[in-house]
Ligand binder design. Structure first.
Ligand SMILES: Cc1ncc(COP(=O)(O)O)c(C=O)c1O
Length: 394
């Protein structure tokens, strides 16, 4: 184990304080380290491995695609991305998709889309975008520009001009920031990194209304909360909201790097044109096969039905836990994206470390929140096992 840790520390630029474990393989909802220890995984690679580590159909299709064709570039068509695009457009209810390699790239694309729309419609201008305090949209410069975390942004100033931050779930603070130059509002239906803050249905609908009334484009970042995590394919679909742009990544590829931004009809016709945007890897056959397979498995195995059913049990068990420990201040989140807000003196980082020692991976989020992002296929026994391991760690 130490050999691998030393090699990583020696060679990889230190932008992460990694935990002292070296994973070698995964099986269903468990991870195994080089020492043969088994870990129940309630992080799933930060919400990526929705279908678990050993879905047979997924592995078979990835192996098949690897032996057929990995990459061709976007100079040509390929079979896998054709299928993936049709399925993703259908399941999202959007009109067109652009495939990227990551979440941050999807955000970059979304920002370019709204800028291009404004440019086409109104010409050059000092356009503004409203984002939210405590939001997280990624680490590239455009995505950082709309990320409401001063510590992440400060060393990289100046970022994109014209970004203003409103308070989440506070419609008045949004209204105050709107002016004639506002072209878009970008928000996560649930803020994941920012503390598992759930955007209320009322707030999300109000934002949609304001956008419609003021010719402002609505970008919903479903990178963490989407792809089944809260029981619908995308969370906005629960409320009948119609965004102009949706960003997606993480669980979309179940471990194969892929992201996407999707646009509605208005933007499909009036934003990015040939020459405005591109990517070498984005939408490669392997990514296409992964997306296509994920969507097929969602249907065949009724993943959404399972998430809805198991979420109720998860919530009950977390509620019981919260009532047992006085340092748990609040149960947050929805579906299988959950958080426990802990009292300041009970440091979440210490609990995360202890849990790892006890064979459980859990994550943290801002505001001393313990964050759970289990694979979507977890069963009651896994939730029971997690609760036991967490109690031991407390
Ligand atoms: C809501 C949200 N948006 C964007 C991103 C950035 O995605 P990526 O790390 O794939 O660039 C993340 C990553 O955690 C996220 O949670």
């Amino acid at each position: 184990m130490n050999k691998y840790i030393d090699t990583v520390e020696e060679n990889i630029l230190k932008t992460y304080n990694r935990m002292p474990v070296v994973f070698e393989r995964g099986e269903e909802v468990y991870l195994y380290d080089t020492e043969g220890n088994k870990y129940l995984d309630f992080v799933s690679g930060i919400g990526v491995i929705g279908l678990g580590y050993s879905n047979e159909e997924f592995i078979k299709n990835i192996q098949d695609q690897a032996s057929k064709l990995l990459h061709t570039s976007n100079l040509y068509y390929n079979t896998a991305i054709a299928e993936a695009s049709e399925k993703l457009v259908k399941v999202s209810g959007m009109t067109k998709v652009f495939f990227t390699n990551s979440g941050a790239e999807a955000i970059e694309g979304a920002l370019k889309v709204v800028k291009k729309y404004a440019y086409e419609k109104k010409g050059e201008g000092n356009y503004e975008v409203i984002a939210f305090e405590h939001s997280f949209h990624g680490r590239t410069l455009g995505a950082l520009s709309v990320t409401g975390n001063e510590a992440y942004r400060k060393p990289f100033m100046p970022l994109l001009e014209g970004v203003k931050f409103a308070a989440y779930n506070n419609i008045d603070s949004v209204k105050k920031l709107i002016n004639k130059d506002t072209i878009a509002i970008i928000l996560e239906p649930i803020q994941g990194e920012g503390g598992v803050n759930v955007g209320t249905e009322e707030f999300l609908k109000e934002v949609e209304k304001i956008c419609n009334e003021n010719d402002i484009l609505l970008i919903l970042d479903e990178i963490q909360c989407g792809v089944g995590r809260t029981g619908s394919f995308y969370r906005f679909q629960k409320f009948g909201i119609k965004p102009d742009v949706v960003t997606s990544a993480k669980a979309l590829g179940n471990g194969i790097a892929v992201g996407a931004f999707l646009v509605n009809e208005k933007l499909a016709d009036h934003s990015l044109k040939p020459g405005d945007h591109g990517t070498t890897y984005g939408g490669n056959p392997m990514a296409g096969r992964a997306v296509s397979t994920v969507i097929d498995i969602f249907e065949k195995e009724d993943i959404l039905g399972h998430v809805n059913k198991i979420s109720a049990y998860f919530e009950d068990r977390l509620k019981d836990l919260a009532s047992e420990y006085d340092f748990i201040l609040e149960l947050k989140g929805e579906g299988l994206l959950r958080g426990l807000k802990l009292r300041e003196d009970k440091k979440v980082g210490e609990i995360v470390n202890k849990a790892l020692e006890n064979g459980l991976t859990v994550a943290s989020a801002a505001g001393n929140v313990l964050r759970f992002l289990p694979p979507l296929i977890i069963e009651e026994v896994h939730i029971d096992e997690m609760i036991e391991k967490l109690k031991k760690s407390f």
